[in-house]
Design a protein around this ligand. Sequence first.
Ligand code: HEC
Ligand code: HEC
Length: 344
Amino acid sequence: MTIKQKLSFSILLGTATLAVTSAAASESLASLKAQYERPDSIPENPGNPLTPESIELGKALFFDPRLSSSGLMSCASCHNPSFNWEDGLALATGNEHKKLGRSTPTILNAAWNEVSFWDGRAETLEEQALGPIEASGEMNMPLDEMLEVLRSIPGYETKFERAYPEQGISLETVAKALANFQRTIVSGEAPFDRWIQGEEDAISKDAIAGFELFNGKAACVKCHSGWNFTDSSFHDIGVLTQDKGRGGFLGFDSMNHTFKTPNLRNIEGRAPYMHNGSERTLEDVVQLYNEGGRTHRDTLSPDIRPLHLNESEVRQIIAFLKTLTSDDQEMPLPLLPSLYATNP
Ligand code: HEC
Ligand code: HEC
């Protein structure tokens, strides 16, 4: 366990104790609610200011299949806005329809990622961005070839010049633009947020009871904490899998089968669930927790144990999870720079 994880464990245990005792009194419910307020602004990378020009460029790159060797696959093929920036599949499908080993995580709220990937192997979105372009199983595009393609499209020259003046079309500027566009993919206001802000009837009585269970008896908050419902840490929750997760990346057996806690925003529309899509519905997910995990290994988190939730409590937790679905606007697709024209 890293120092950072130890630290977050102790902070979280503190939060959970507070949560359990506060469920009863409404005054404490107010202080619990305060832990879920949305942030006012998007965190930026100081070396890559979030300018409208860099976001616009990043959006074009994100949706452009010319960044793949087949010319058929873009970032949005897997991180599809219609599926809450996932793909609705248990395992992602990459180049030549090959199945990958893991499911596509959402990029909703990726600006708040402390690390990226299920095993946390990328530190920043900039560092993450070129990986899928090059990976043979994903877009399968040698990076120097990708640069050649981009440099051959006049419309891109203008866009790069506006976004990153005098820095040219380089691996660095491609990564920066992709990272900045992704930072702007933020889950919109959901009924839960309106309730947090004081609109008492924004969510049902069942959902409020579910919220209290989430913070109390079911202790989901130990890992899914804060407005984005993640501690950015790694846990083995007893998913049926051979994947070593964080342990495989770090080479520590004690971290085997641990994965990054996903955020829970818009979770209702993000099935199937888990790093391998092994849980089909939210009912299945809550059932996994109620059983104390599908399997019991040495690495299983001490916070995963049978919860003894009855049917109506299970229903209430699910009612609460559904209040995290935001009424996001449709995202208009970008007009991709043409080979033959210099605009837009
Ligand atoms: C073939 C499907 C596919 C394509 C294409 C793809 N991704 Fe992904 N993406 C995935 C999968 C699967 C993972 C998880 C991999 C893992 O954790 O090992 C992932 C993880 C990520 C993450 C980390 C999210 C998190 O919270 O941990 C980001 C960010 C991301 N992709 C951005 C991109 C960008 C930018 C592109 C285009 C340059 C792209 N992806 C193209 C499937 C895809
Ligand atoms: C010990 C930490 C921990 C606790 C406690 C916990 N979770 Fe999780 N949760 C995780 C991790 C880690 C994953 C991803 C596991 C994987 O993919 O193997 C996850 C995945 C999920 C998912 C699927 C998300 C996705 O994108 O596929 C949902 C939904 C979820 N949890 C809800 C809950 C609820 C509801 C509770 C309480 C009943 C709960 N969690 C308790 C850590 C935790």
